[in-house]
Unconditional design. Sequence first.
Length: 441
Amino acid sequence: AKVKFLVRLVVAAACACSLSGKFRVPAMATALRTLVLGLLVQAGEPFAPMLHAPLLRRRQACELSAKKPMKAQPRDPYAGKKRDKDGEEKSSKKPNALAAKPKMGFGSTKKSKDVKLEGTAIEDAEMSDFVAWLAENGADTSKVTIASFGGLRGVMALEDIPAGQAIVSIPYELTLNLGSESSDPTSPAVKFLGHFLDSGSLSRRYLNLVPEIESEDCSTPDFFDDAELEMLQCPTVVAETRRRMATLAERYAALGADPGFTLEQLRWATWVVVSRVLTVAGEEPNSQFKVLIPFIDMFNHDTAKGAAQVLSGRAAPGSFMKVVAGPGGVRAGEQVFIQYGGGVIGSERFLQDYGFLDPKGARQTDAGFVEHVLSAGDRAALEATSLEQDRALLREAASEGGSGLSYRARLAVAFRMVLKEFVARKQPPKTRRVVPPSAGP
């Protein structure tokens, strides 16, 4: 029996060498180890039962190999892992910051290694209902989530998105088509209010997320008070704002005694149309419509980064509104931008239409505005304070216990600073008077 056992041990050792590949030193070491373990088992060592199991697995593998060709062994799924005190496998690597959570945001849980999150996913009840509504109706937003970036709501990638792949896809049937493209935003605003004030609207879970009338998002000059308008130090912009407000009041009065909403609500709805609606081509040639697209209207603007992304789709049943990743794609964890205004608008229009500034992206257009639009009265008004005084004012407002300027007031100061910087560049440099030397005695 002992001879028979030793023969089996030799066979097992040979098979171990075969399983290890070529006859190299590690393979021979494995064979010798197997032989030693077998002798220990035969000798009845106290730790023999613990060593016997791997020996039996090697024997069974050898016996099976004699019956059928051996397939390439799959990679051990537990390689590089340790066992905890309960015997369960645990990875020796540190878990990924995102993968450690069962789900991050409202989308795919596929993550890249060493992901740096630029924002914090917003996962409240309203946002959860909104994303569920989108998914129930055929939208695909699984690659991204709505997140907060220092208090500013935007879109964050949950995974790496290669160039040419859709970042989000929204069925046309979920959008709000507010009518044909025109220079007058009042009519689309009235249609939007019809949806918003309808408690039974099919888009209610989206409409609940549109910024409220009194929110800080409403930061265009249309919402400035008289003092904040004067802080712009630009009579041209102030005059345009007041003309626009007067026209809106006339159109509201033309709707009748009780149109079902207030002038304040119409002003807010007009801002929603101007700042959030996209112009989308229709089925017919040259047809264009003002369309409010859920989720896509939550992408923020960046002239450089947003220019890469492509918006596609038609205002037609069966079509999908998409944001497609541009060259270079999008990295997991970063904010995803689109570009507002086609990259050709300046600070004056960013302020008037959207209520924020993009000095770097608007540099070229701002230079033209200062040179060709800014009047002599504007230039005189800008001299009321210097750039240094304006910077000091914003620093004080930002400091703890500062002046307490409203966001709109700070925006007005920042706008006039942009204009002053361009005016200063256009002015010829001051020359020192040179006194000719005396001829002497």
